[in-house]
Design a protein around this ligand. Structure first.
Ligand SMILES: Cc1ncc(COP(=O)(O)O)c(C=O)c1O
Length: 339
């Protein structure tokens, strides 16, 4: 294996030794297969290519200073993948199959799990696609479930430094009764154009609003949004938001810190009332936000006046990262130790 500079890894694709695969055929899942190919051989009429029968997950594995390998709240990802499959009529992989494939792929790629203390981790990408052929608009009869992995560095080049985000009103990532609550490819395709435009205009990501009224905060790009007001942690509630496992965990940690937690619709006017705001998700844990600009009205909301993340976001970030990396007691039992 080539020598990897663990401290300089980008958040991107990285070829590793193996991936694991399992096919669903004739109404049942087959044996787990190990592959060292980065490619899949796929039918030209596969439903994932034509009708978007595709969903994925994203999770991280950490090597602690104690040498242990930990995976964070994997059952939540396994169950979310089942919900995604249910939402677009794909075969749902049993939680046990998910677990077995996950452990196998982590162990097979052990030498790609970054060293501790450098902000890097092994990213796991479970992917499920409709592989069976259909020409009429129908769900496939065959599915492929793959898990591939790769070492990654921080999602934003800024790391835990505050970023600027842009409110967009002329694009929606999903419809009110659509697929926003599940992790299917179409939502991400719909978000590419506004996200790229925001980057060109100098922002790290976009803040989507609810697609019915364009008034309430929805997702912060590929992450959930939260705000801190006094001693309260507030996060939007909407039918189109993906249930973020990071956000779920931060809410529990906020409660542990004797904070009040509110999950409710958040009107954009409320942005002026927050002491701290951030985006949260597996990739970055928390990305503190220093400026939000409404692209349509030009209105600017500013936070982190000293250029640094706020004290509560910092504490939440350090606590969650500490638990994931085995530095802080895992009193909620969120980690599974692989070995
Ligand atoms: C649209 C969207 N929202 C939120 C999240 C954060 O979810 P999690 O904390 O489970 O990674 C993600 C990333 O998975 C996402 O893609």
């Amino acid at each position: 294996m080539e020598k990897i500079d663990w401290g300089k890894l980008p958040f991107g694709y990285f070829k590793t030794d193996y991936n694991v695969r399992c096919y669903y055929k004739d109404g049942k899942w087959g044996e787990i297969e190990v592959s060292s190919s980065e490619y899949i051989n796929i039918h030209i009429a596969a439903t994932c290519l034509h009708y978007g029968q595709e969903c994925f997950e994203g999770m991280k594995v950490f090597r602690g200073k104690d040498g242990k390998i930990r995976v964070f709240r994997w059952e939540k990802n396994a169950k979310r993948m089942q919900r995604s499959c249910h939402g677009i009529m794909m075969a749902e992989p049993p939680v046990e199959l998910f677990k077995e494939m996950m452990i196998k792929v982590i162990k097979l790629n052990k030498n790609h799990i970054p060293l501790p203390g450098l902000g890097a981790s092994l990213y796991l990408r479970p992917l499920l696609i409709g592989s069976g052929a259909q020409v009429g608009i129908k769900p496939a009869n065959e599915y492929l479930f793959v898990i591939f992995v790769g070492p990654v560095g921080p999602y934003f080049k800024e790391g835990f430094n505050p970023v600027d985000v842009q409110i967009v009103k002329d694009y929606d990532r999903t419809a009110p009764q659509g697929t926003g609550h599940i992790k299917v490819g179409g939502n991400y395709a719909a978000s590419l154009r506004p996200a790229e435009r925001a980057k060109q205009e100098g922002f790290s990501t976009v803040l989507f609003l609810d697609s019915k009224e364009n008034k309430y905060i929805d997702e912060a790009g590929p992450a959930n949004f939260f705000g801190i007001k006094g001693n309260t942690y507030i996060t939007p509630d909407s039918s189109t938001i993906l249930l973020s496992i990071t956000n779920m965990s931060l809410r529990t940690l906020a409660e542990d810190m004797n904070m009040k937690v509110e999950k409710r619709p958040v009107h954009i006017d409320e942005l002026a009332e927050f002491d701290e705001v951030g985006a949260c998700g597996t990739a970055a844990v928390i990305s503190p936000i220093k400026k939000i600009v409404d692209r349509e009205t030009g209105k600017v909301y500013e936070y982190c006046k000293d250029g640094k993340a706020g004290p509560i976001s910092t504490k939440l970030y350090n606590t969650l990262k500490g638990i994931q990396e085995g530095e802080i007691e895992d009193k909620h039992g969120w980690n599974m130790i692989i070995e």
